[in-house]
Design a protein around this ligand. Structure first.
Ligand SMILES: Cc1cc2nc3c(=O)[nH]c(=O)nc-3n(C[C@H](O)[C@H](O)[C@H](O)COP(=O)(O)OP(=O)(O)OC[C@H]3O[C@@H](n4cnc5c(N)ncnc54)[C@H](O)[C@@H]3O)c2cc1C
Length: 405
């Protein structure tokens, strides 16, 4: 079956003025590393490898940044999807805390990237709010706050009496500089521009259809018969991994987003923080550089070939109403874009970075979970170091086989 991963009219692709197109592969070539997938993960990988003087080629089967990357809400937060207490059911507390710390490491990498190359992707550092509107969950938020504070995270606690937001909040944690926002489509193109200036080659409309593994290299076969010979292959194909492994990496869901037209005021949205509630599934909200509001959530079990228009419209309406009721002091909230797509999560909230268990030259960077883009940054850092013989000890947290028994 032909699986459809995104639907609707995505904000970031539609407002983009970027008309850049890349060629398709028309000859056999050789490289150090071939990256399969031209979303934000492939672009990040290409950047880190190129920076480490490793030759890369990206092969994208359709258009650069037009799948999950183009519909990503791109809230970048160090905190994982579940609370530290919940994560302890699946991993050691120290590993969950390390997962959070690594989020901060990735955020710092992004900040340094912007300082070095300029802000061409609407990057903005933000505080992050995690909150509940339910009295019976106040305690859970308090526990989370204490755990984070004890472990050195810069957090403050707010409640009904100190709530400066216009929506009902019983308890919340503000993480100072706990996140950032970007335009994921612009970020992808910025990364590729820089990578290309360092020698990386990018091909779109070039689908990989097979891999032939040898001891020291891999032949990557593309749809029209041309091949890339590479010492290592990086799988950066997002939620589509069937061709490389029969492993079921994660639980898939479909998540929904609506984005408004630019608004004129942000009353009731203090400091335009990144917002997430602790519902299951949770709602997530941000503002954009051009003054739009985005709300996402209402996740449903993954439906291959997602387009159930009736269901999607119901979900978009729920999100629109929720946004309007949360921000009654923001004037003229009008919806401009509605879109949805596949999302994948793991029980320990971490993505996958590392070697395949059968083929030593096949490596993965799968940015699964709400922190997908930050995991991709970590993947780029860790695997480019690994290529140069340096093993990062935190890679064990992202191992491909960590759920095998
Ligand atoms: C609605 C939504 C909201 C999200 N919000 C956030 C968020 O707020 N913060 C966050 O960090 N993450 C978020 N995510 C997750 C984040 O979007 C993803 O982690 C990220 O975009 C994945 O990028 P990617 O490059 O790995 O995958 P993709 O963007 O899907 O790119 C994979 C690429 O691989 C290509 N490909 C696949 N197979 C082949 C092949 N055989 N040959 C060649 N090319 C191939 C595809 O065409 C595609 O372009 C969200 C996801 C969704 C759907």
């Amino acid at each position: 079956m032909n699986i459809q991963y995104v639907q609707g009219k995505p904000l970031f692709i539609n407002i983009s003025k970027n008309t850049k197109q890349y060629p398709y592969l028309t000859q056999d070539i050789e490289t150090d590393v071939c990256i399969i997938g031209g979303g934000v993960t492939g672009a990040i990988a290409s950047y880190y490898f190129s920076k480490n003087n490793i030759k890369t080629v990206i092969l994208e089967k359709k258009r650069i940044g037009h799948l999950s990357t183009g519909i990503s809400t791109a809230l970048l937060q160090y905190e994982l999807d579940d609370s530290l207490s919940k994560l302890q059911e699946f991993i050691k507390l120290e590993d969950a805390i390390r997962g959070h710390e690594l989020g901060l490491v990735a955020l710092k990498q992004l900040e340094d990237f912007i300082k070095q190359y300029g802000n061409k992707c609407d990057y903005k550092k933000r505080d992050a709010l995690l909150y509940t509107a339910k009295t019976n969950e106040i305690n859970a938020i308090k526990i989370e706050y204490e755990l984070r504070k004890q472990n050195g995270f810069d957090v403050s606690y707010i409640d009904e009496n100190t709530n400066e937001f216009s929506f009902d909040l019983k308890a919340g944690i503000i993480s100072k500089d706990g996140g950032a926002e970007i335009d994921p489509y612009k970020y992808t193109h910025q990364l590729l521009d820089i990578s290309q200036s360092m020698g990386s080659k990018v091909y779109e409309n070039t689908e990989v259809i097979d891999l032939i593994h040898y001891d020291d290299y891999v032949d990557i076969i593309t749809e029209f018969g041309y091949k890339v010979k590479a010492k290592k292959v990086i799988v950066a194909t997002g939620y589509d991994t069937k061709m490389f492994s029969d492993r079921n990496f994660a639980t898939k869901a479909t998540t929904f987003n609506v984005a408004t037209k630019p608004v004129k005021n942000f009353d009731g949205w203090k400091n335009r923080v990144l917002i997430r509630d602790n519902s299951d599934p949770y709602n997530y909200l941000r503002t954009t550089n051009d003054n739009r509001l985005i709300i996402g959530g209402e996740d449903v079990e993954f439906i291959p070939d997602i387009f159930d228009e009736k269901l999607a419209n119901e979900k978009y309406d729920i999100l629109e109403n929720r946004l309007k009721s949360m921000f009654k002091y923001i004037n003229h909230i009008e919806i401009d874009f509605r879109y949805c797509g596949t999302f994948a999560s793991t029980t320990d909230n971490l993505g996958f970075i590392g070697e395949d268990t059968k083929h030593k030259n096949l490596w993965y960077i799968l940015g699964y979970g709400g922190n997908g883009i930050l995991f991709s940054i970590l993947g780029g850092m860790m695997l480019s170091d690994l290529y140069n013989g340096k093993t990062n000890k935190d890679m064990r947290l992202f191992r491909i086989d960590r759920f095998d028994n």
